[in-house]
Design a protein around this ligand. Structure first.
Ligand SMILES: [Ca+2]
Length: 400
């Protein structure tokens, strides 16, 4: 892979980090909040305001504040988007993402991603919190993105820890095979990571276009685009120690991907699935007697790690562990498979740009009955790993 511009910073941290490189992590899942009923949790976000509150996003529309006491039986309702969002199929539509403004403590601003219909679309909006509740009348719609199908909306939102910009991941428009051919089009927001400035407004927009975005000078390209060629990204994080931008991309037939996102990077879909040509596109172009060459000069960035149908069929990306309680996981990227319930810790050397190992940290005895179907893997206020399960159960990863 290409060298990162922040290499000197990375090098310093690499010298300090990874004392357990190569060692097998000895960890297990431990259920928490077993007295709480949650519905389709998919994100857990701690605001940067020193309150250590854990905001749980439920796909069905609620945001709850989880109590510090993990044996509690109730959680405060912070917001309910049931009357705001619109859902045709609840499998991939609904309330899909949450990020707090870097100055949330001062301005109370936060950002959500929800779906709406007629036309089917993703809405990215700003709201303002008042204490432990959200002012639903404070909505400022930043962006609405047309979604041709109910699936592959993606939805992850995050603020860059250094640049303070809002990053938004969108899927490829959905159905299957990348049939809408949007992920490679610089004129569409689908199949992309976008990067916008919520603190300013460019002409005709409710947000600013950062002048250092990679396609601002390309005629007719959407200037919001940061990276392209994605299918259905699920699980986005930036490691504040190295600046590495991790994004998992759900595959279609064969390969699940862990990607390191670079400015202007093209991640291949739907020419490629994983590090290989996507056979269905090749076949289709053959039938149409059309050439299947990628655009001239384009180099696809392969995943830093991939796994096949032997290990799962829908990746959920997490983050690089920087907590204290589980030393054997230090510096490892935690991710899992939603369907099979396998989870792994990827040992990646950020300086060398090399994967040194991939350790399986959760393996259900019966793949048909996983202990957890991870929908989100997030750090708590201390950087400890919390795993959200599709069926509403919540876990920590702890040392054995
Ligand atoms: Ca790819």
């Amino acid at each position: 892979m290409k060298l990162n511009l922040t290499l000197p910073i990375i090098a310093v941290f690499a010298l300090l980090g990874s004392p357990n490189a190569g060692a097998e992590p000895k960890v297990k899942l431990k259920q928490i909040y077993s007295g709480l009923e949650t519905e389709r949790p998919l994100a857990l976000v701690v605001p940067p305001d020193g309150t250590n509150r854990r905001f749980l996003v439920e796909q069905t529309g609620k945001i709850r504040i989880l109590p510090a006491d993990e044996s509690a039986t109730g959680a405060k309702l912070f917001a309910d988007f049931a009357d705001t969002m619109e859902v045709e199929k609840n499998f991939e539509e609904g309330l899909l993402g949450l990020a707090f403004h870097p100055e949330f403590k001062e301005n109370g601003k936060l950002y959500v991603h929800y779906t709406a219909q007629g036309p089917k679309r993703s809405v990215i909006s700003e709201f303002i919190a008042k204490g432990d509740s959200l002012d639903m009348n404070s909505e400022r719609i930043l962006m609405e993105v047309q979604q041709p199908e109910w699936n592959h909306n993606s939805g992850n939102l995050l603020f860059g820890p250094k640049d303070g910009m809002l990053y938004i991941a969108f899927g490829d428009g959905g159905f299957r095979d990348g049939i809408h051919l949007l992920a490679q089009r610089l004129q569409a927001w689908n199949g992309k990571v976008l990067r916008i400035d919520v603190n300013s407004k460019s002409e005709g927009r409710e947000y600013g276009i950062p002048s250092d975005n990679p396609f601002v000078d390309v005629p007719a390209a959407c200037p919001e685009i940061w990276a392209l060629g994605l299918r259905n990204p699920w699980g986005m994080s930036i490691d504040p120690e190295t600046g590495d931008f991790w994004l998992a991309d759900v595959g279609q037939d064969l390969w699940e991907e862990v990607n390191l996102i670079e400015k202007g990077g093209n991640y291949g879909w739907n020419y490629q699935e994983g590090a290989r040509d996507f056979a269905t596109r090749t076949e289709l172009m053959g039938l149409l007697k059309r050439k299947n060459n990628p655009p001239r000069g384009v180099q696809f960035i392969p995943p830093v790690h991939e796994y096949s149908r032997a290990d799962g069929l829908s990746i959920t990306g997490g983050f690089v562990y920087r907590g204290d309680k589980v030393p054997s996981l230090k510096g490892h990227y935690i991710f899992g498979d939603w369907k099979f319930g396998n989870m792994w810790a990827l040992d990646y050397d950020s300086v060398a740009g090399e994967v040194k190992g991939n350790h399986q940290i959760e393996k259900p005895a019966d793949p048909a009955k996983p202990n957890v179907q991870p929908t989100g893997i997030y750090p708590d206020e201390n950087g400890e790993v919390i795993v959200l399960g599709w069926n509403g159960r919540i876990f920590r990863i702890v040392s054995t």
